[in-house]
Design a protein around this ligand. Structure first.
Ligand code: AMP
Ligand code: TRP
Length: 331
């Protein structure tokens, strides 16, 4: 008997240049999972405006992100690739779920605390209720699995809590989703401060590798990555810089940390960094080639996001209608 494929939902915000962290932590796994799941990959533009965005850039980045999803190997014929704001059910369900989420649980979110510190002149209500919108994204599609980097685990946990709370009042409305974190690459660290996550909004561009960087600067950034003075390539507590570079290499090539360590006995950081730089450049090269091929092909991109949004709307509205009925709205 044929069983229906399980469902994935995930997305990235079009809020900056996509980094190697986004790729290794999230998108690379999406590509691998598409064989076995029915996948919904959205571009989270509603989330991105919790921080001020330049309208022109936001528009460009939204399309660039769609190109990047496809260039990374996600097949638009088999999966839905759409823009979050094109499916109004996301905002509608978010409002409902707001009424089933407590201020206390939202104020414990580390991302909220971090971002309010960073954008202290714009601590808006959207930043606070961000995880509720994310819960709506996930729950609308009766999602089984949410592949993300480790920083998003707390948001998945709250999405589960909200779903369980709602179901306990109204019966089986939402599937309870699970997070999926990759074994390596789940948290790629800053190249300049390897105790911090690599972030596309870092003010120092040497701290992150953008998927759009030219290949020479990628190599330079890796070669100038902060390490330590021990000179031994080994995965060990306290060696954050080297651990990070080993993690990047392992995530790209699939080689274990132990094997990398064994190959580098008696060899220095210079050689090691060159190998990592080359691996990163060769990983990004074919993606960039495909990305460039897609540029100027706006009709094709529009067809993908339009048709995907139409299909997504039909699934999402089914869940929303069920929610309305259960609550007692006249539908
Ligand atoms: P964002 O850039 O916040 O929209 O994140 C999009 C996806 O990339 C999420 O699944 C994040 O968990 C993941 N991600 C972001 N930064 C990193 C990082 N430095 N290492 C691993 N995964 C990351
Ligand atoms: N908050 C996620 C991030 O910044 C992006 C996101 C929004 C997301 N909605 C989602 C990821 C739903 C997975 C599922 O990384």
């Amino acid at each position: 008997m044929e069983t229906a494929k399980k469902v994935i939902f995930s997305g990235v915000q079009p809020s900056g240049n996509i980094t190697l962290g986004n790729y290794l932590g999230a998108i690379k796994n999406w590509v691998e999972l598409q064989k076995d799941y029915y996948c919904n990959y959205a571009i989270m533009d509603l989330h991105s405006i919790t921080v001020r965005q330049n309208p022109k850039e936001l528009k460009k980045r939204t399309l660039d992100l769609l190109k990047l999803y496809i260039a990374c190997g996600i097949n638009p014929d088999e999966n839905l690739l759409f823009v979050q704001s094109h499916v109004s059910a996301h905002a509608e369900l978010a409002w409902i779920l707001n009424c089933y989420t407590y201020m206390g649980e939202l104020s414990r979110m580390t991302q909220f605390k971090d971002k309010s510190k960073k954008h202290s002149n714009n601590i808006n209500a959207g930043l606070f209720t961000y995880p509720v919108l994310m819960a709506a994204d996930i729950l609308l599609y009766q999602t089984d699995l949410v592949p993300v980097g480790v920083d998003q685990l707390q948001h998945i946990e709250i999405a589960r809590d909200i779903a369980i709370r709602f179901n306990s009042i109204y019966g089986d409305v939402f599937k309870i989703p699970e997070g999926f974190i990759p074994k390596t690459g789940a948290k790629v660290m800053s190249l300049q401060d390897p105790t911090k996550k690599m972030s596309k909004s870092d003010e120092n561009p040497k701290a992150y590798i953008s998927m759009m960087d030219d290949f020479d600067s990628i190599a330079k950034k890796i070669k100038s990555a902060v390490t330590d003075s021990e000179g031994i390539v080994a995965y060990k507590e306290g060696k954050d810089g080297i651990n990070n570079l080993m993690g990047i290499l392992s995530s790209i090539t699939g080689e274990s940390m132990e094997s990398i360590q064994n190959r580098y006995v008696g060899r220095g950081y210079g050689e090691f960094k060159s190998e990592v730089a080359e691996a990163v450049v060769e990983c990004i090269r074919p993606i960039r080639q495909k990305f460039d091929e897609l540029s100027g092909n706006n009709d094709y991109l529009e067809k993908i996001y339009t048709e995907s949004a139409e299909k997504a709307r039909s699934v999402a509205n089914r869940t929303l209608k069920k929610v309305y009925k259960k609550i007692g709205f006249v539908v």
